[in-house]
Design a protein around this ligand. Sequence first.
Ligand SMILES: Cc1cc2nc3c(=O)[nH]c(=O)nc-3n(C[C@H](O)[C@H](O)[C@H](O)COP(=O)(O)O)c2cc1C
Length: 140
Amino acid sequence: MKIVYYSGTGNTEKMAKLIGEGVQLSGSDVELVEVSNITKEELLKEEVLILGSPACGVESIEETVMEPLIDSLEGEINGKKVALFGSYSWGQGEWMEDWEDKMKSYGADIIVNSLILLEDPFGNEDECREFGKAIIEYVK
Ligand SMILES: Cc1cc2nc3c(=O)[nH]c(=O)nc-3n(C[C@H](O)[C@H](O)[C@H](O)COP(=O)(O)O)c2cc1C
């Protein structure tokens, strides 16, 4: 399993690591990949797209690398299993709702409730691990 994320100040990256722990605890291999280091073609080889982005811009996913990659998935992910997560600070989680809606409009199957956390995942480590475990339980 690859966990593909963007993180400006480390919060979403910490979530990715904890989610990875949950994936490993469920018996799957995991690789954390910063979004700049993967192509669309490599991403599409994955059984599940596990994707993380903080709220950036004005209630948007990260706009220079993550958003173009996501937009390029239109027409390519019908029926694809997807799990989304990320950190935010001051909004109501609107960026994640919009991200889910976009993925669904591309035909993706959101297999677990998206995980959003306010800033640092400190105190919510188990929630992150459970998210990782839930993904693996779904695909087993
Ligand atoms: C340029 C910029 C724009 C942001 N826009 C939002 C936003 O629209 N809504 C929100 O809740 N948080 C917003 N944030 C806060 C980040 O989502 C928050 O700090 C998050 O924890 C950063 O995660 P990271 O450490 O993985 O980069 C913004 C932060 C930056 C730097």
